[in-house]
Design a protein around this ligand. Structure first.
Ligand code: ADP
Ligand code: MG
Length: 390
């Protein structure tokens, strides 16, 4: 028996988490509720997950002594940080831990070039393609760029998030200047598409190969950062939603993925679905599952990591999530605590804070899951929370 075919890891055992951010914190809470102990590896002394974990290994992700300690203590290890070095995941597996997702899956999601190639390879089965694009690695790639890909968006292949590492360009000259400003690192130029909506699908795949997806999430960004998520999407037709969910499930199977995977899709004005990017972990747009669905994305990650059967993804309440950024601490110019009393005083508003000590503009500090018996009720709770948090 290899680790993939071994039986479930039962409560009382230790699970490892690479990364100490809010996603790791919410995983830790879900794992502890199920009776597991959690060991977090993160170099930050005061990380959101490290401070609630049963053990915090305060070291870098490639620190071998820390990886050995984690593999000795934990039967299985997962990640919340998509830029975790693949070598750390490989090392943990080599040390005998069950690692979910495996390094090869995480590597694809870390690089937009590999990610688009993978989505394109899946397209005959999913019916969903990536945006028309062109890899930019040499000056000649700019000269040879097909003219119909402009205007477009230049994106660095690695480390982009929340709209960072991107430039909008309309001419070959602007593209050359933008690529120079990015210090000629490998990039992709994507055709600028006429977006109608941005949606995401949270999908899970268990070690036994079974898959589950949550209802389609519809996302609104502000300044490149997720602002709100409605689940289920109120704008996209059931056919398109079903197609996106099916595509996400197929993608997890094609990678032999184990864990929770988020895929962002664009819905174009003519209804076409485009696969944009994926994250090999729970995702901000899946936070609403904590209060609107039978199984949250974090409990599901615990289940997949521990090789338990997946939980039901049925949605029991309408939901709309509001992100709480550090900006709301500075509403009147001075730093002050936001008006939590008004938020927690509303019956349908569920506040989740990540325990971060310093509020900085643009920093994700928490979120409010607004729920109700109907989408209108959830929207009313959301309006209340949005007004209160300025
Ligand atoms: P990240 O989320 O890693 O910053 P994305 O690829 O999701 O990067 O791009 C950020 C945002 O830019 C998207 O949410 C979308 O609003 C917009 N965008 C990205 N690619 C395109 C595109 N090809 N056409 C139109 N808009 C795009
Ligand atoms: Mg994105």
């Amino acid at each position: 028996f290899g680790p993939d075919t071994a039986g479930p890891i039962l409560p009382g055992a230790w699970l490892g988490m690479l990364g100490g951010g809010q996603l790791g914190r919410m995983f830790t809470h879900a794992a502890q509720a199920l009776g597991y102990k959690v060991c977090v590896l993160d170099p930050d002394q005061d990380s959101p997950a490290g401070t609630v974990a049963d053990r915090h290994l305060c070291a870098g992700y490639t620190d071998d002594a820390a990886l050995v300690a984690m593999a000795q203590q934990c039967a299985a290890v997962t990640t919340e940080f998509e830029n975790v070095p693949a070598q750390a995941l490989d090392r943990l597996e080599q040390l005998g831990a069950f690692v979910a997702p495996r390094a090869n899956c995480v590597s694809i999601a870390q690089n937009r070039i590999a990610e688009k190639k993978f989505f394109a390879a899946c397209a005959p089965k999913t019916g969903v393609s990536p945006a028309p694009h062109w890899v930019i690695e040499h000056q000649a790639d700019i000269d040879q760029l097909p003219a119909d890909l402009l205007p477009g968006i230049l994106k660095t292949a690695r480390m982009g998030y929340d709209g960072k590492g991107q430039a909008r360009v309309t001419t070959r000259e602007e593209l050359a200047a933008a690529w120079k400003a990015m210090q000629h690192v490998p990039c992709v130029l994507e055709q600028m598409l006429p977006l109608a909506y941005e949606v995401s699908v949270l999908a899970a795949r268990a070690a036994d190969g079974s898959t589950a997806t949550w209802p389609l999430a519809e996302n609104v960004h502000r300044d490149g950062i997720l602002f709100s998520t409605v689940m289920p999407s109120s704008s996209v037709s059931p056919d398109v939603a079903d197609k996106a969910r099916a595509a996400a499930a197929i993608v997890t199977g094609e990678m032999q993925y184990v864990g929770v995977l988020a895929i962002e899709f664009f819905v174009l004005k003519d209804g076409t679905l485009v696969a944009n990017e994926m994250a090999p972990r729970p995702h901000n747009s899946g936070h609403i599952t904590m209060d609107a669905c039978e199984t949250s994305q974090f409990e599901q990650q615990v289940r997949a990591t521990a090789r338990l059967p997946l939980g039901s993804t049925r949605q029991h309440s309408a939901g709309k999530m509001l992100n709480v950024l550090g900006d709301v601490w500075y509403e009147f110019g001075l730093e002050r605590e936001p008006a939590w009393d008004a938020v927690v005083g509303h019956a349908g508003a569920k506040l989740h804070l990540y325990g971060k000590a310093d509020a900085r503009p643009g920093r994700k500090m928490g979120h409010v899951n607004c729920v109700g018996a109907s989408p209108d009720e959830a929207a009313a709770a959301f309006e209340h929370a949005a007004v209160t948090l300025g």
